[in-house]
Design a protein around this ligand. Structure first.
Ligand code: DCP
Ligand code: CA
Length: 359
């Protein structure tokens, strides 16, 4: 019994929680590049904005044009705001399931075979309870799909977004999958789906019935076998426990815009300590340190230093931050917000062997 959990329009929904007055409006979360006022891309948008054709990856200028006639909110992406609810929700999921494989900041596979004794009634109760807890604690809606394996669970969570709950028992797998378009299958992108369409294959049923040689022509030998099975709902991949967090950050807003490194560090240091405490709690070592600067025009610059070996110490953070910050401010001038980020995270246990240590 495998599930797939996915928060709805995640970054934009967190922004709605932060400012409930935006809930009734189209909300577009933007990654500004800073070159001109509107240069950059859309990170995500709420469903009101999607009704106007706004979607992830679209240039901000295009999104603005689509929403020209209506009141809308364009907000800069604030990743540090999304990490805390993500971490809390993943902890909740870990506690409620047999095994959790986090695959993104807002999504995860889980195994509940033991928890439910393989009973779909019990799975419905458990999934509903997870949805209710996430809504009560975080005011966020999510979509959950449950099926006999990861491929089916992922299709099921996508099936009734937003706020969906879709269960597909083994005997219903083929009826559920057959009518879906092929590009819903994980791993089939726009390139493969174009090639498939040119060969008359548009639905998963078409793919399941396709000539193996045709599939080899599109995907190559190894992947052809994978998709031949996937299209029939056959998938033996286990849920492999893992946490996504490959980076963690803390960002603060300066009391006033400044480029004075001493003044900035005085305000940044508590955030550095807070970040380090979080790493220790999670028993995570880091491989590189970045300082992030957000300019008064909201454009973002970073400086990164990689460490020789992963570490759990505080000193590499406090030692490297001043130099990174000086280098950054000499390019940018005054900053409005400043952040510290660690990346290349791994569980501290993982580097216990001498070979790993020397690596
Ligand atoms: N994201 C991004 N740029 C992209 C895709 C996603 O910055 N091209 C970020 C913003 C999303 C988050 O990752 O909120 C999760 O991605 P999803 O693909 O799950 O998209 P959403 O959660 O926004 O929407 P959905 O309701 O379709 O899951
Ligand atoms: Ca999502």
């Amino acid at each position: 019994m495998v599930g797939h959990f996915d928060l709805d329009y995640f970054f934009a929904q967190v922004e709605e929680v932060h400012d409930p007055s935006s809930r009734k409006l189209p909300v577009v979360v933007c990654v500004y590049s800073g070159r001109t006022e509107d240069s950059g891309v859309v990170s995500t948008a709420n469903y009101k904005a999607r009704e106007f054709g706004v979607k992830s990856g679209m240039p901000i200028s295009v999104a603005k044009r689509r929403l020209m006639e209506t009141e809308a909110r364009f907000l800069p992406m604030r990743r540090e705001l999304y990490e805390a609810p993500s971490e809390r929700i993943m902890s909740l999921l870990r506690a409620e399931t047999d095994a959790l494989e986090q695959t993104g900041i807002d999504e995860a596979f889980f195994d509940i075979t033991a928890k439910t004794g393989g009973d779909f009634g019990a799975a419905t109760v458990l999934a509903s309870s997870i949805k209710r807890q996430v809504l009560q604690r975080e005011k966020l809606t999510c979509s959950i799909g449950i099926g006999p394996n990861k491929i089916v669970a992922k299709l099921a969570s996508d099936f009734a977004k937003p706020d969906g709950l879709t269960l597909v028992p083994p005997e219903e797998v083929n009826d559920f999958m057959n009518p879906l378009p092929v590009d819903k299958l994980y791993g089939i992108g726009s390139k493969s789906s174009t090639l498939l369409r040119e060969r008359g294959i548009t639905t998963i049923a078409d793919l399941a019935g396709a000539d193996p040689q045709l599939l080899e022509g599109v995907f190559g030998h190894k992947l052809a076998a994978h998709f031949h099975n996937a299209a029939r709902g056959v998938d033996e991949e286990p849920v492999t426990p893992r946490t996504e967090a490959t980076q963690l950050s803390r960002i603060i807003t300066l009391k006033k815009d400044t480029q004075d490194v001493g003044e900035i560090l005085a305000q940044l240091n508590p955030a550095i300590e807070d970040l380090h405490n979080r790493l220790m709690e999670k028993k995570l070592a880091f491989r590189s340190v970045s300082v992030i600067g957000i300019l008064p025009n909201l454009s973002i610059r970073t400086r990164t230093k990689s460490l020789e070996i992963p570490t759990v110490q505080l000193s590499p953070l406090t030692d490297t931050a001043p130099a990174l910050l000086s280098s950054l401010t000499s390019e940018t001038g005054v900053l409005r917000r400043v952040g510290i980020r660690v990346s290349g995270l791994e569980t501290a246990e993982e580097q216990s062997s001498l070979a790993d240590f020397l690596r």
